[in-house]
Write a protein that binds this ligand. Structure first.
Ligand SMILES: [Zn+2]
Length: 474
């Protein structure tokens, strides 16, 4: 059904007329039913646009958002390194007494194998309380929440102390040069803000009950180390002790066996402390033990993590995963060179050169060259827990989810790193997701993707609240 987006619906017009009564203005809250219907309309429309990256084609989503925002009289600008991959920046002006808040979401999605989907990936079908489609959790949920927040703030004429900026960025899933890097390097004043909310957190549900809300406040720094083993070439029939393949495999094994020392920061310390508060006694003790300054008390908890909770083992240290090995080209030739690549995730406070030197000492083999691989550098940054933006978030988590907020350090990389490096305090948020859904194959980047409709709506209300409370106060 064609939609007329150029004028607000009758319901909205009646509602806005109602709001003109001054006595209701301070308690202004959006009409829930109308908001949910409109949220669904925009969400399904966005899911039905194929913006898989590569190749991207974010232009369709950008056109859609620009049209909806412009129709409401919201200021919108488009910035594109490549015309078919634009970024959209919308702005609501405040009185300038505080610096802006940025809400960021990406319009591209990862690819799909349509054969794996029971509901086609761009159908936005609904069934059993879920909405199906690529991007439902990553990241069109954040796109639509930001959109609805902008529309609602505008319609309710909420007086703002800060500008509210919405960045719908392209290229997040692997082409940041057209998205966040392009914006930060070429149009930073358009998105410069004191605080930012973006993807990167979520609310964990199990058996239909909310357990906690995770808010991403920092992330590890992705780097890569290359090991190059050198030795004499020779005939495979005459074994050589200097065989480069042997040296390389020994070096990889040493790195694999090395227990990299635990290093914690404000975020990870608060994470384990709060996680202990909502865990069963045995687990809670481990989460407290890992924080203990005495290595003898910490060690058993760390051993447990390494064996049973690899994500936690990674969160408490700089980590290394050997991921690529190359060497040799035929069975009867001992090659003169062999290489391995180590996926390295630095704890944000870790000095890279000191770490590399330690890796050299661990390997302790002059036949092995240890060096950083040139890679897109995401500069380190941690967003504090003692900020207005975080406090507003915690209060909203309590109000909407009645749950504990866990600040988290993600082991993977997000676009917020580029903003943190420019001084913006960023917080990763997300809707509630059933823990059971991941193993069933419905997570972000999974074979299929879906979101609970009720949780999408709750997330929209949550999003509106945090932005409104941060930008308008109260
Ligand atoms: Zn994403």
């Amino acid at each position: 059904m064609p939609l007329n987006r150029s004028t607000p619906s009758l319901r909205w017009r009646l509602f806005l007329a109602f709001l003109l009564l001054p006595s209701t203005l301070s308690a202004a809250q959006p009409d829930r039913e109308a908001l949910e219907a409109e949220t669904m309309r925009h969400f399904q429309a966005l899911i039905r646009l194929d913006t898989t990256d590569p190749p991207g084609r974010e232009v369709d989503a950008a056109d859609y958002l620009e049209k909806v925002l412009t129709a409401e009289g919201i200021e919108v600008n488009r910035f594109a390194l490549e015309a078919h991959r634009p970024n959209i920046v919308a702005r609501l002006r405040g009185n300038g007494s505080a610096r802006p808040v940025l809400i960021m979401a990406h319009t591209d999605t990862v690819n799909v194998d349509p054969a794996k989907w029971t509901h086609p990936p761009f159908s936005a079908d609904t069934e059993g309380g879920h909405i199906y489609g690529r991007g439902t959790l990553d990241d069109k949920d954040n796109v639509v929440a930001a959109l609805m927040t902008m529309l609602t703030l505008k319609r309710l004429k909420v007086p703002l102390n800060r500008d509210v900026i919405f960045l719908a960025e392209s290229g997040e899933e692997g082409a940041t040069r057209v998205g966040i890097q392009y914006m930060v390097n070429n149009h930073f004043p358009e998105i410069d803000a004191e605080f930012c909310y973006a993807e990167g957190g979520s609310v964990a549900r199990r058996e239909g009950k909310v357990r906690f809300a995770s808010v991403q406040t920092t992330e590890k720094i992705p780097r890569a180390i290359e090991l190059t083993a050198s030795g004499p070439a020779g005939h495979g029939s005459v074994p050589l002790r200097q065989n480069a393949v042997l040296h390389l495999t020994r070096a990889v094994a040493k790195v694999g066996d090395w227990r990299i020392p635990v290093s914690l920061n404000e975020t990870t310390m608060a994470y384990f402390q709060r996680l202990a508060g909502i865990s069963e006694p045995e687990a809670a003790q481990r989460y407290l033990d890992i924080l203990h300054p005495d290595p003898a008390i910490r060690a058993p908890a760390d051993d447990w993590f390494v064996e049973n909770e690899p994500l936690h083992a990674s969160m408490v240290r700089t980590s290394i995963s050997p991921t690529i090995i190359n060497g040799g080209y035929r069975v009867n030739v001992i090659p003169s060179e062999a290489k391995a690549t180590l996926d390295t995730r630095l704890e944000p406070a870790q000095d890279p050169e000191t770490f590399l030197e330690t890796v050299r000492q661990v390997i302790d083999d002059p036949a092995i060259k240890v060096a950083w691989v040139p890679r897109d550098l995401r500069p380190p940054g941690i967003s504090g827990l003692n900020t207005e933006a975080f406090k507003v978030l915690e209060a909203a988590v309590t109000k909407h989810y009645n749950a504990t907020t866990l600040p988290t350090m993600s082991t993977g990389a997000t676009d917020m790193a580029y903003l943190r490096s420019r001084g913006i305090a960023c917080y990763g948020i997300g809707p509630a997701v059933d823990g059971e859904d991941g193993p069933l194959g419905y997570g972000p980047h999974s074979d299929q993707e879906r979101i609970l409709e009720s949780e999408l709506h709750r997330f929209v209300r949550f999003n509106y609240d945090i932005v409104r409370n941060l930008a308008a106060g109260g």
